[in-house]
Design a protein around this ligand. Structure first.
Ligand SMILES: Nc1ncnc2c1ncn2[C@@H]1O[C@H](COP(=O)(O)OP(=O)(O)O)[C@@H](O)[C@H]1O
Ligand SMILES: [Mg+2]
Length: 277
C-alpha cells in the first residue's frame, strides 16, 4: 500500500557543514530521506546526533553565512536547496511547517496570540481579516483549546507550555501544509499534553493526508506514531526501515543500543487508547 503513495519529501545526499575557527566542520553527512504522503517518518538518535541540524537545513533556516548545505531537498518535486530567502518564506508555513520543541520561541512576546495567528494566516492566504479570525478560531477548537476567542486576546507568556504548543499546532493545521516537521514536539510537555499533541498530529495526518517528519529521542512515541524510521548517529543515517522491522530486528549496533536503553514503554497503552480511533 505504502509503495504506491506519492513522495512528498525526497532528500538525497544532504551534507551540512558549519564554519568554525578550525574551518568547515561537517555536522550532517550524506543523508537520504523519503517521506510519502500521509505517512509519519520517525527520525531518532541520541542528543547531538544531528536531528535538529537536519530539520533546520530542510527548512533552510540555518544561517547561510555560517553554514553550507549540499544535496537535493525536493518537496512535491520542487528543489528547495538554493531557493532565495523570499521564495523559502512563502513555502515555510504554507507547504512545510515546523513544530518546535520549545513553543515559546515560535512566538513574539509583544503581540497577542490572536494577532500572530491571524497575521500568519494572512501572510500565506488571500483571506480577509474576518475570515482569518474565523479560521483561527475553528483551528483552535480542532485542538481542543478552550474559549479560543478569549485565548486570542492573551499574550504568549500568559499560556502554559502545553497550551502554546497546541496553539502552534492549530496555526499549522490552519495552513494545511503537505509536510510537518515536528522536532521533539512533546519533550517539554507533561504526559497529558504529550498525548494530546500526538493525537492531534495523527488526526491531521489521517484527515488531510499530511506527511510528518517526527523527530524524537523517545522510542515509545516513534513506536506508536511512525510508519518508517531512520536512525541518526553522528550526523549519518545508520539504519532505515519500517517501524516494525526496526523494533523486531534492529540491524545496526547503534539501533540495538538505542532500543536496549529505551525506557519501558509505559506510555503504550495510554497512547494507543487516545490515538487509535
Ligand atoms: N552552530 C553550530 N556550530 C557548531 N556546531 C553545531 C552548531 N549547531 C549544532 N552543532 C553541533 O551539531 C551537532 C548536532 O546538533 P543537533 O542537530 O542540535 O543535535 P540533536 O538535535 O540530534 O540533539 C552537535 O554536535 C552540535 O554540537
Ligand atoms: Mg535537537
Amino acid at each position: 500500500m505504502i509503495e504506491t503513495l506519492r513522495n512528498v519529501l525526497q532528500v538525497k545526499g544532504l551534507c551540512v557543514k558549519v564554519k568554525t575557527d578550525q574551518g568547515m566542520v561537517p555536522l550532517v553527512h550524506d543523508v537520504d530521506l523519503t517521506i510519502k504522503s500521509g505517512t509519519v517518518h520517525g527520525l531518532v538518535g541520541e542528543s547531538g546526533s544531528g536531528k535538529t541540524v537536519t530539520s533546520m537545513s530542510l527548512l533552510q533556516l540555518l544561517n547561510p553565512k555560517a553554514t553550507s548545505i549540499e544535496g537535493s531537498i525536493r518537496l512535491n518535486g520542487r528543489e528547495l536547496n538554493g531557493l532565495c530567502h523570499k521564495e523559502m518564506r512563502s513555502i515555510r508555513g504554507k507547504e512545510i511547517a515546523l513544530i518546535m520543541q520549545n513553543p515559546m520561541s515560535a512566538f513574539s512576546a509583544v503581540f497577542t496570540i490572536g494577532h500572530q495567528f491571524v497575521e500568519t494566516i494572512r501572510t500565506h492566504t488571500a483571506l480577509t481579516r474576518k475570515q482569518a479570525i474565523e479560521l483561527a478560531i475553528t483551528s483552535m477548537q480542532d485542538v481542543n483549546l478552550p474559549e479560543p476567542a478569549e485565548l486570542m486576546k492573551r499574550y504568549p507568556f500568559q499560556l502554559s507550555g502545553g497550551m502554546l504548543q497546541r496553539v502552534m499546532i492549530a496555526i499549522t493545521i490552519s495552513l494545511r501544509p503537505s509536510l510537518i516537521i515536528a522536532d521533539e514536539p512533546t519533550t517539554a510537555l507533561d504526559m497529558t499534553n504529550q498525548l494530546q499533541v500526538l493525537r492531534q498530529l495523527n488526526r491531521i495526518r489521517s484527515e488531510y493526508g499530511t506527511s510528518i517528519l517526527l523527530i524524537s529521542h523517545d522510542l515509545s512515541v516513534i513506536a506508536e506514531m511512525a510508519n518508517e524510521v531512520s536512525v541518526l548517529q553522528h550526523g549519518r543515517i545508520v539504519e532505515h526501515s519500517d517501524v516494525y522491522r526496526l523494533f523486531d530486528e534492529p540491524k545496526h549496533d547503534y539501533s540495538k543500543q538505542l532500543l536496549a536503553t529505551r525506557p519501558a514503554l509505559m506510555m503504550d497503552k495510554q497512547v494507543k487508547e487516545l490515538i487509535v480511533s
